[in-house]
Design a protein around this ligand. Sequence first.
Ligand code: ADP
Ligand code: MG
Length: 281
Amino acid sequence: MTTLEFRDVVKRYNVRGRADKLTAVNHVSFTLESGKTTALVGQSGSGKSTIAKLITQLEHPDEGAILLDGEPVRRRGAGLRDYRHNVQMVFQDPFASLNPYHSIGHHLARPLQLHGRASTRADVEQKIHELLERVRLTPAREVAAKHPHELSGGQRQRVAIARALAPEPTVLIADEPVSMLDVSIRLGVLNLLADLQRQENLGLLYITHDLATARHFSDEILVMYKGEIVERGPADDVILNPQHEYTKRLAAAAPNPELRLAQLPTNRSAAMAAGKSDRNV
Ligand code: ADP
Ligand code: MG
């Protein structure tokens, strides 16, 4: 059982032409746990990506602490490498996150080797194929030889997910993983993430501005507004009985036209019971 704790974290940015700093994350606390999906919901500019950057150590807190299994995270050396074994990220933009000059196989070989998950060439190749099959990109041998421009946005995002899984992390951060994809394939990618989360018992942080999918795919919802968590709780409670003005407004604005609540089972357990999974997208 892994826990990743964000404890009273503050992050401020310098803004040009402004004397005071902008507080992007303001005394935020929460805990991610193995086997649990937490949704972080909020409108653009509320501080969601800053939280993702702090968790993945692209940024560091000005105040507060981030703890992995109770230990403050290490910022460098072997400690940082251990941390990266455990905590991986899927970014929003599948077009920017893959290198156009490298094959898909190369993108997956790197983390496998870096994190000591495979050593011999044959071993690396086999693991690459396993990863591609897990994200349902088949035939794996053909996909591994391709370059990013030969893949659709949805396929690229599946490669990004496979790459994040390569080090065998315990915590996965997905920052608006489908917001740049065609509406028609979003649910397929989210279902894949949900299946992998269950299979690997991952602690998943699903960052989104979409309340409908937050409710459907998460156990717990954190609502972020202007750098603060203004409301939190079990997914159904937060959506069906919002307390904070901001959550009420978000809930009133949902369902969005693309992904209606009515099309979805009401919660995660219903989805699991229905064995819901879209393998063909
Ligand atoms: P979200 O992901 O919810 O859209 P962000 O975390 O990207 O929000 O941004 C939160 C706030 O912090 C915004 O006001 C944004 O302009 C600001 N911000 C983010 N990154 C930087 C940065 N590197 N320098 C200055 N301000 C930043
Ligand atoms: Mg963002």
